[in-house]
Write a protein that binds this ligand. Structure first.
Ligand code: SF4
Ligand code: SF4
Length: 96
């Protein structure tokens, strides 16, 4: 199911706690260790590393994500409420 990039998804996304992108120096560099690069309540998708499942965001431009680690998406309420069945949207692209 298509996921919209919205405030609810921003609040509930688990990517910020996920080891797949925790070890990425590219993500660290882009976000400075924060969830978003701005403190706007609805930052542009370009300013966020997360909500990769959403149609407006899609996969990360960072190439150093460690997909040998476990994806946290199945623990996320966005994943559950949209009946998503796949994971690793950060490397595979948005949910369909
Ligand atoms: S399903 Fe995954 S990518 Fe989508 S909001 Fe939840 S944790 Fe983030
Ligand atoms: S999409 Fe899944 S694997 Fe990628 S950062 Fe988010 S929770 Fe981790």
């Amino acid at each position: 199911m298509r996921v919209e990039y919205d405030f609810d998804a921003l609040q509930n996304c688990q990517c910020g706690a996920c080891q797949v992108h925790d070890g990425s120096s590219c993500v660290m560099q882009k976000t400075n260790g924060w969830k978003f690069t701005t403190c706007a309540s609805t930052p542009s998708p370009d300013d966020v590393e997360g909500i990769y499942c959403s149609a407006q965001k899609g996969k990360s431009s960072c190439g150093d994500l460690d997909v040998d680690k476990a994806c946290l998406c199945p623990t996320c309420t966005v994943w559950q409420s949209h009946d998503l069945e796949t994971a690793y949207f950060c490397t595979r692209g948005a949910a369909r």
